[in-house]
Design a protein around this ligand. Sequence first.
Ligand code: NAD
Length: 386
Amino acid sequence: MTAEAGLPEYQLVGIPGDGVGPDVVTAAKRVLAAVGARFGFGIAWQEIEVGGAGIDAYGMPIRPEDLAACAASDAVLLGAVGGPKWDDPAAAVRPEQALFAMRGGLGLFANLRPVSVHPALVAASPLRPELLDGVDMLIVRELTGGLYFGDRGEPAGAIGARAAHDLLPYSEPEVARVVRLAFELARGRRKRLTSVDKANVLATSRLWRTVVHEIAAEYPDVALDDRLVDACAMQIVRSPASFDVLVTENLFGDILSDEASVLAGSLGMLPSASVGARRTAHGLHGLYEPIHGSAPDIAGHDVANPIGTVLSAAMLLRWSLGQSDAAEAVERAVSVALDAGFRTIDLWPRDPAAAEACTRVGTVGMADAIVARIGTEATQLAGIRP
Ligand code: NAD
């Protein structure tokens, strides 16, 4: 509780990270402060240096005490890590090691990526508008198993005969926990779950499919279908509105969720949450971040779109703090700001007539536009979910 006001105070860790990370995290923190003031809660931030910033400050991408701070918090909000300065893939310390350490160390086995298309941004998507009508999918990606965590052999041998390998291991408990979460999420939505695998080729996919069908018996109200990953990749661009919840293993989820992000018109729009099984006093413990990277090409110029991070903060409010009304207020404020024509450069309409009705803003300006709409009458009346 905040001493003076007697209001709840949540303990959050903020990780600005690298590139545009600090820009977008600053914007999201402003939005959280505004929504907290309106809904009667405070946030105590602990800011830590992670990724390239951690390597520069401490010689390592994340320190054990920083991981402990994340574990002790109610939730973590991350910008992005990485950039050309630390890009050498052969380096012993690399920024993305911090992400793997947090996923593994905090037991964050599921990555949730909602993908929807705001009506005002349909023109920004490369897909035809009629294909985007009704797109509202949630991709659930297994995050701590499979190819990215399996045994590997680096390239070795004589030139012309070099070889390397990566193993793709999955155990039944690893599959079951993420699949069960996906069924639960589908139950709270349109009750349709698509499980994506490559069961015609891979043994781990046959295990995946078997476990999925065994668990499906616990969820008779959820309609399940299986898709091979190659067919699913086509369906995401051919009929994206046909999906509700998708669940898949780590590598397939990495690729499909990036493919699906194109639907929304800009990488800068989309949020994500990584969660596990651990609960705090307020909700699921989790790490929230936009899906984009550190965008070094635009870092520090006040042009990055902060909406992906702001919507990640809304997911944090809903999942980790149990503040679903506040989460909805943030989502509505984003929606109303877009309806009012505010656009960062990545959302700027190609059509000059459409551009006439828009106002170009930077990261700070978009945050201003969202903050100004938190809890306003327009927000209350709009009732539009982004
Ligand atoms: P990126 O997502 O950083 O950028 C891709 C393109 O999208 C760039 O043109 C960029 O300017 C644009 N873009 C990204 N975010 C934007 C935003 N908020 N607003 C407007 N435009 C935006 O991907 P990349 O260029 O492949 O990677 C850059 C660095 O980020 C690399 O070092 C990579 O390893 C790292 N990365 C980190 C994460 C993470 O922290 N989770 C994820 C992906 C990439």
